[in-house]
Design a protein around this ligand. Structure first.
Ligand SMILES: C[S@@+](CC[C@H](N)C(=O)[O-])C[C@H]1O[C@@H](n2cnc3c(N)ncnc32)[C@H](O)[C@@H]1O
Length: 280
C-alpha cells in the first residue's frame, strides 16, 4: 500500500547519505495489506517533519509516546548525535522497538522507559528538549494533552510537538482523512475508549500549549508529500462492533473511505510543528 512510491526514493536521496543509511537498515515489516517498506517510509516522514527544528548535537531529549516501532525515536536519536540521548517514554506498546533501534545501530543513545507521560519520574529541567511526534492523537482527550504538555515543560525548558493537521490539499490526503477519521469512533465502539482522536487544527494545538503554560516560539505547517498507509483498519475489524446500527453506519463509511483510497492512494496530510518554551 505504499511500496514502490517514487517519492520515497527521491526524498531519501534528498535527505542525504546519513539518513539514507539509517533508513536502509530498518527491518521490513510483514503487515499485509501494508507494503513491507511502510516503516521505512513512515520513518522518513518523521525525519522530514523534524528537519526544520534546531536540535543541537549532544541534546538530551525526553520523547513522549514513542510507540511500538521507534518511528520517531530513531530520527531524534540520529539528530542528537553520539553524545546526545533520547529517553523514550511509552505507556504500553514496545513490540518492535528493541529490534528497530538495534538494527539501525542507535540503541546506545536511546533509553526506553515505560510510564504514563502525565507523571514523569524526573526532576525539573533534566532534559534540554521534550518531544512528542505524531503522538498527540493518542492522548485520548484535550485535558490529557494539556497535562502531558505541562509535564514536558516541567522536565525540559523547550518542547517540540508535531501532529498531522485536518487538512487535505489533494484527493490522496482526503482519502487518508476519510479512513483516519473513522478510527476514533471504531475504537470507542469496540473498546469503550476513544483512541486516535481526530486531528486538531494548528490554532487549537497552539491554544492547548498555551493552556499548559507554554509560550510558542514557532508554529509552522510542514508539507510532507509521502504516502501514509497507517490509517487503514481491516473491514473485518469494523464488523466486530457490537451495536448493529453503529456497525452499519461505520461499515458504510468505511466502504466509502476504502473506495477513495483505492482510487487515489493515501498521503500524509500537512503536519503542524510547534516549538514552545516555558512562559515566564
Ligand atoms: C501514534 S503512537 C506512536 C507515535 C510515534 N511517535 C510515531 O511517530 O508514530 C502514540 C503512542 O503514545 C502512547 N501513549 C498514549 N498516551 C500516553 C501516555 N499518557 N504516556 C505515555 N505514552 C502514551 C501510545 O501507547 C502510543 O503507542
Amino acid at each position: 500500500m505504499c511500496g514502490g512510491d517514487p517519492r520515497f526514493g527521491s526524498q531519501l536521496v534528498e535527505a542525504g547519505p546519513g539518513v539514507a543509511e539509517v533508513i536502509s537498515a530498518v527491518p521490513f515489516q510483514e503487515n499485509p495489506p501494508l507494503s513491507s517498506d511502510w516503516l521505512r517510509s513512515e520513518m522518513l516522514e518523521r525525519f522530514q517533519v523534524i528537519r526544520p527544528v534546531e536540535i543541537d548535537p549532544g541534546t538530551r531529549v525526553l520523547e513522549v509516546g514513542a510507540g511500538a516501532h521507534a518511528i520517531s525515536t530513531v530520527p531524534l536519536a540520529y539528530r542528537v548525535g553520539a553524545q546526545g540521548r533520547v529517553v523514550a517514554v511509552e505507556r504500553e506498546r514496545w513490540t518492535h522497538f528493541r529490534e528497530v533501534v538495534h538494527a539501525v545501530g542507535l540503541a546506545d543513545r536511546i533509553l526506553p522507559l515505560t510510564c504514563d507521560a502525565r507523571r514523569l519520574p524526573f526532576r525539573s529541567n533534566v532534559f534540554e528538549l521534550g518531544a512528542c511526534i505524531h503522538g498527540i492523537r493518542s492522548l485520548r482527550s484535550e485535558g490529557r494533552m494539556v497535562e502531558v504538555f505541562q509535564e514536558m515543560l516541567r522536565v525540559a525548558p523547550r518542547i517540540l510537538l508535531a501532529e498531522s493537521l485536518p487538512l487535505a490539499r489533494n484527493p490522496a490526503q482526503r482519502a487518508h482523512l476519510a479512513m483516519y477519521d473513522l478510527r476514533q469512533e471504531i475504537f470507542e465502539a469496540l473498546n469503550g475508549v476513544p483512541d486516535d482522536l481526530h486531528y486538531l487544527s494548528l490554532d487549537r494545538l497552539v491554544g492547548l500549549v498555551e493552556r499548559a503554560g507554554g509560550s510558542v516560539l514557532q508554529a509552522r505547517v510542514v508539507e510532507v508529500d509521502l504516502p501514509h498507509a497507517l490509517a487503514y483498519l481491516p473491514r473485518a475489524y469494523v464488523q466486530r462492533v457490537p451495536d448493529p446500527q453503529k456497525r452499519e453506519d461505520l461499515l458504510h463509511r468505511w466502504d466509502g473511505a476504502e473506495q477513495l483510497r483505492r482510487r487515489y492512494g493515501a498521503d500524509h496530510p500537512p503536519v503542524g510543528v510547534i516549538v514552545a518554551e516555558v512562559a515566564y
